[in-house]
Ligand binder design. Structure first.
Ligand code: PMP
Length: 407
């Protein structure tokens, strides 16, 4: 495939041409949330202008169109992650809801005192706190696998934690702070050998690499729409049918029942059993458009471009005096956490913002990882396929300016 034409791509993203504080925007906060192409914005807009109605309850044409948009997103997501069946895809508001659904509907009824859930030190709080909440209610414990100084998961240590008391293993496909790509396929294989179900947090993987839940050999896979060009408030949980069939609903309400009687209500089959109430229909119209956009580019081209940009940015950042980079995994997505000696992360982020550069500073919802590195916060530059080497140059210049200002 021909190389990615980034100037053409940038024209598809209206927000990228705005200025902030009178400076052209350099948006390097993509791991936090991504910008949206016009096709996604228009899909949402078109939905409200032309097709708006509720799903699955009206016989009129608009109701059919709205249902088509919503169920069409389920089909698009199923293909996007290579789910064996569209009925194994639960539409949610994002990864947080996806993981909590597994915590309360799958884990909670199964856990007893002495059981354990395994996660890792590099997880986002969304893949830690729900497990703590259900562990607290059941007398189970949460165990965290360690990482090494490069920010790689210590696989042998993770596998050693997979003892018979473990009822669920969890891991991020890609770390939101370090960019580390975890060996999910190997973990999946080892979990299957031990009969332990595996949940993968795919929030940071889906924007960068093709996902194949069958090849990964996991049991649950969570994604969030807003990091992969789609609107906020959209996401999905894929789960094996055998698990879904055995899971009680988390929320009760409309859309999730077959028959309601006061002497016993019969729930709908998955996926609808887990989708009580009116969903984010317009948002899911945007999800289909986002997946179309990503597939129009193709992950082979996207990856080649992003990896080149990551190498360029890492190399440039390494030349900045006093820089400390966190996360040097052999395989990583374009996320760089760093600190500049003598400059507080927040001060740096604030002064970069005044120059038009948007990066995140803070703990990135990963307190245990910050504790591991012994820092309260880092700066994080997270890149996307619509970022450029010229922007990286601007970012490095902006850091140099802040250094001369403060040091
Ligand atoms: N897991 C990871 C690795 C993430 O990066 C994020 C978002 N920062 C989440 C989970 C939570 O996703 P959301 O806030 O969209 O539910």
């Amino acid at each position: 495939a021909p190389a990615l034409d980034v100037e053409r791509i940038r024209r598809d993203f209206p927000l990228l041409s705005r200025t902030v504080h009178g400076k052209p925007l350099i948006y390097f906060d993509n791991a936090n949330t991504g910008q949206k192409p016009a096709s996604v914005i228009e899909a949402v807009d078109r939905h409200y202008r032309e097709h708006n109605a509720n799903v699955a309850r009206a016989v009129h044409l608009l109701g059919e169109e709205a249902t088509g948009a919503y169920e069409g997103a389920r089909d698009a997501i199923a293909r996007f992650i290579n789910a064996p069946s569209r009925d194994e895809v639960i539409l949610t508001s994002g990864t947080t809801q996806s993981i909590n659904l597994v915590a309360y509907s799958y884990a909670l009824p199964r856990l007893k005192p002495g059981d354990a859930i395994v996660t890792t030190v590099m997880e986002h709080h969304a893949n830690i706190v729900p497990w703590q909440l259900v562990a607290e209610r059941t007398g189970a414990t949460v165990k965290a696998a360690p990482i090494d100084a490069d920010g790689e998961l210590i696989l042998e240590a993770y596998l050693r934690l997979l003892t018979p008391e473990v009822k669920l293993a969890c891991v991020a496909h890609v770390s939101n702070v370090l960019g580390t790509v975890n060996p999910v396929r190997e973990i999946g294989r080892e979990c299957r050998r031990r009969g332990i179900p595996l949940l993968v947090d795919g929030s940071q993987a889906a924007p960068h690499r093709p996902i194949d839940v069958q090849a990964l050999g996991c049991d649950f896979y969570a994604i969030t729409g807003h990091k992969m060009l789609a609107p906020t408030g959209t996401g999905a949980l894929w789960a094996r049918r055998e698990h879904l069939m055995a899971m009680p609903p988390l929320f009760g309400g409309g859309e999730m029942i077959r028959e309601v009687r006061f002497d016993g209500t019969v729930f709908a089959d998955p996926p609808h059993r887990f989708e009580a109430g009116t969903p984010n229909i317009a948002g899911f119209a945007g999800v289909s458009a986002a997946i179309d956009y990503l597939q129009g580019i193709g992950f082979d081209r996207l990856k080649a471009y992003e990896q080149d940009l990551l190498a360029y940015a890492t190399d440039a950042l390494e030349r900045v005096p006093g820089v400390r980079i966190f996360g040097r995994a052999k395989e990583k997505e374009p996320v760089i956490s760093f600190l500049i000696e003598g400059v507080h992360a927040n001060d740096m982020a604030t002064l970069l913002d005044l120059q038009g550069v948007a990066v995140r500073s803070g703990h990135h919802c990963a307190h245990p990882l910050m504790q591991f590195f012994g820092v309260p916060a880092t700066l994080r530059a997270s890149l996307a396929f619509y970022n450029t080497k010229a922007e990286v140059d601007g970012f490095i210049e902006a850091i140099a300016k802040v250094r001369t200002l403060l040091l």
